[in-house]
Design a protein around this ligand. Structure first.
Ligand code: AMW
Length: 173
């Protein structure tokens, strides 16, 4: 199995879907249940660094992964977002697309997700406190029942990746 990097991190076992130029991985600090990332294999920071083939493949992968995570996490909508460069909030300098399933009343205000997305890794405790203070109902996921429990363990991420890998291969995409 070839080693897969997300920025400087080795994430091989967190990967649950692979296409020709892209892969999907589970998130170490999901903002909401089912928050996953899709990346090109090539570790480059900006969308402009990707070839046409890589961009096309990235978005086809985003579409496929979105459908499965929305179903698995019983979402009714999705946030799909790329922070393209540090001034746009990118903290890992490797192109990645966030896919976040959304459910009714998962956050107090629908758009609070953008504030959370823009919290830097260094501010992750703050971001979870904010999440805790603004969240009202809808957190049924075991991932985030305990909002202080961050980052997730490798075992938790591997289990989620295994589950999503099975769902991806069952889905007729
Ligand atoms: W950015 O603010 O760069 O748009 O988002 C970085 C994302 O990567 C965050 O959602 C963060 O939780 C996630 N992340 C950071 N390191 C890892 C890792 N080693 N494995 C999985 N996800 C990670």
């Amino acid at each position: 199995m070839s080693i897969i990097y997300f920025g400087q991190f080795v994430v091989t076992r967190q990967v649950f879907y692979k296409s020709r130029y892209s892969y999907a991985l589970v998130n170490v600090k999901p903002l909401l249940p089912g928050h996953v990332l899709v990346c090109p294999y090539r570790v480059v920071p900006r969308m402009k660094d990707l070839t046409t083939e890589e961009i096309a493949d990235l978005f086809v992968t985003v579409q496929k992964v979105s459908e499965v995570v929305e179903n698995v996490y019983k979402g009714q909508s999705l946030n799909i977002a790329i922070q393209d460069g540090p001034l746009a909030g990118q903290s890992v300098p490797h192109v990645h697309c966030h896919i976040i399933p959304r459910r009714l009343n998962d956050l107090q205000n629908v758009d609070d997700v953008y504030q959370l997305l823009n919290s830097k890794d260094a501010d992750i405790e703050l971001s979870f406190q904010q999440l805790k203070s603004i969240n009202t109902v809808g957190f049924s996921s075991p991932d985030l029942q305990d909002l202080e429990r961050t980052p997730r363990t490798e075992e938790e991420m591997w289990a989620e990746a295994e589950m999503l890998q099975a769902k991806m291969s069952k889905a007729s995409l």
